[in-house]
Write a protein that binds this ligand. Structure first.
Ligand SMILES: NC(=O)C1=CN([C@@H]2O[C@H](COP(=O)(O)OP(=O)(O)OC[C@H]3O[C@@H](n4cnc5c(N)ncnc54)[C@H](O)[C@@H]3O)[C@@H](O)[C@H]2O)C=CC1
Ligand SMILES: O=C(O)[C@H]1O[C@H](OP(=O)(O)OP(=O)(O)OC[C@H]2O[C@@H](n3ccc(=O)[nH]c3=O)[C@H](O)[C@@H]2O)[C@H](O)[C@@H](O)[C@@H]1O
Length: 417
């Protein structure tokens, strides 16, 4: 159920493992284009997997959840769980999908929550299904956008939360062929593992960005500092890249949802609120850096922005740090010209340029906010020529600082004095 980043990846990967998969969505246009073999999202390797499985007649697409669920042994719920008004996860899509499939499910079918859902949602699904002869299991997903297929097929672990041992073993059987430890636990623990993992990763990034701020003040280089701490195996080298703040469709909503779960459980997770505050502060700090490069005020200034998506190798703009920072620049009176290799429709408040050089035309500052590899290899003499004043804010520490300085740019990065 759901053919978004998670549902389509899950469907295509399970089909590639030899299972027969029917993917359902309520979005008619999406279903039509998937039937034609057109993949609506940018995801490395997904195209090939979908085509191979359609050809092998192991993967098909239908409109509406009930049609797909009728004959199924397993039903995966991969529908959105957006942030509700009070910060908690909105379960209305989950409840609607469960209510729709409840009447048509085969006895003994297993309904599996792959959407990220708060503790207790297994019970919510049970209630919405209205069936005592089917099982509900939690099987959270840990894939990242941009590397969804390889993350799904080579995960660090598979987590299954079930009350019924037999149902857990049946779900584990779906993953035969995937080289990963399978951990079976109870539903509440599985649901908590998902939120704790995302919140821990977000904490790591806020910590890195906070250390970057200290590095700027004391004259240290955050890249070296992170390399140095990462050699410690207990810390590890991964997920230590400083940046303009973290974003995406999940970290912000899941971190807020965990803070809310804690509050409802009577625990003041003040520390996690600090993680969120540091991230907001990082957006402000980057906007301040751009203003400083523009001479103090952004009123009437033009800022070129390279990178609009929330990270490279995805076309997803949801809760993108780049858009957060652009909002702040516009509030301070700047005109923003953006360029992103994966974005064709201009987000609100951004004029979209046809290429990276065109974005720089007459710009007072260039801000690099997404780490697309191709930005490294552009002709910076051409960029220099196009800009009104050659100033670069490198929000991902992506570019060659010394080479840019030699070319006459004023350069500022993150955590490098
Ligand atoms: N995007 C990511 O990297 C990850 C997302 N998740 C979680 O997975 C869930 C889904 O996320 P995405 O795939 O990003 O969402 P998405 O927004 O890309 O896709 C969700 C799809 O579900 C469809 N849908 C809504 N109601 C439906 C219904 N009743 N029946 C059938 N289809 C329905 C929508 O039309 C949409 O195509 C969320 O809970 C998210 O937190 C978990 C891990 C990774
Ligand atoms: O629940 C989810 O949706 C997923 O959320 C994240 O995956 P994703 O949102 O695709 O992206 P990440 O690669 O984790 O990046 C998130 C944000 O952190 C930033 N980031 C990441 C890594 C880093 O070292 N530095 C850094 O600033 C990225 O630019 C981006 O804005 C998690 O990594 C996945 O494990 C999880 O399944």
């Amino acid at each position: 159920m759901g053919t978004g980043y998670v549902g389509l990846t899950t469907g295509a990967c399970f089909a590639s493992l030899g299972h027969n998969v029917i993917c359902a969505d309520i979005d008619e246009q999406k279903v039509e284009s998937l039937r034609r073999g057109e993949i609506p999202i940018l995801e490395d390797g997904l195209d090939r997997l979908v085509h191979e499985s359609i050809t092998a007649e192991r993967l098909s697409f239908v409109l509406g959840a009930a049609t797909a669920a009728e004959q199924a042994e397993f039903v995966y719920l991969c529908v959105p769980t957006p942030q509700g008004e009070d910060g908690s996860a909105d379960l209305s899509y989950i409840e609607a999908a469960a209510a729709e499939i409840g009447p048509v499910l085969q006895p003994d079918a297993v309904v599996i929550n792959k959407s990220t859902v708060p503790v207790g949602s297994t019970r919510v699904v049970e209630r919405a299904l209205g069936r005592s002869d089917v099982h509900v299991v939690s099987n959270p997903e840990f894939l990242r956008e941009g590397s969804a297929v390889s993350d799904f097929l080579k995960p660090d672990r598979v987590v299954i939360g079930a009350d019924s041992q037999a149902a857990a073993i049946r779900v584990a059987g779906l993953y035969v062929g995937i080289p990963a430890p399978i951990m079976v636990t109870d539903p509440a623990s599985a649901e908590t593992i998902k939120y704790a993992a995302n919140a821990f990763l977000a904490t790591k990034l806020s910590f890195v960005n906070a250390v970057a701020a200290i590095c700027e003040a004391v004259g240290a280089d955050v890249n070296d500092v992170m390399l140095g701490i990462g050699y410690d195996k207990r810390i590890g080298q991964e997920f230590l890249q400083p940046g303009p703040g973290w974003g995406g469709s999940c970290f912000p909503k899941d971190t807020r949802a965990l803070a809310r779960i804690a509050e409802d459980a009577g625990y003041d997770f003040f520390f996690l609120k600090g993680v969120l505050d540091v991230n907001e502060e990082q957006f402000d700090r980057v906007a301040d850096k751009i203003a400083r490069l523009a001479g103090g005020s952004l009123e009437g200034k033009t800022v070129a922005v390279w990178g609009l998506t929330f990270k490279a190798r995805t076309d997803d703009l949801r809760e993108s740090p780049s858009l957060e920072i652009i909002g702040r620049l516009r509030e301070r009176g700047a005109r923003v010209i953006g360029y992103d290799p994966a974005v064709e429709v201009a987000p609100a408040g951004v004029e979209l340029a046809g290429d990276a050089y065109a974005a720089c035309d007459g710009a007072d500052v260039l801000a690099v906010l997404t780490e697309w590899d191709e930005f490294k290899w552009l002709d910076f003499d051409k960029v220099h020529e196009a800009m009104a004043s050659p100033c670069i804010l490198d929000g991902r520490n992506l570019l060659d600082r010394s080479a840019l300085k030699r070319r006459g740019f004023t350069y500022d990065g993150i955590g490098r004095s």
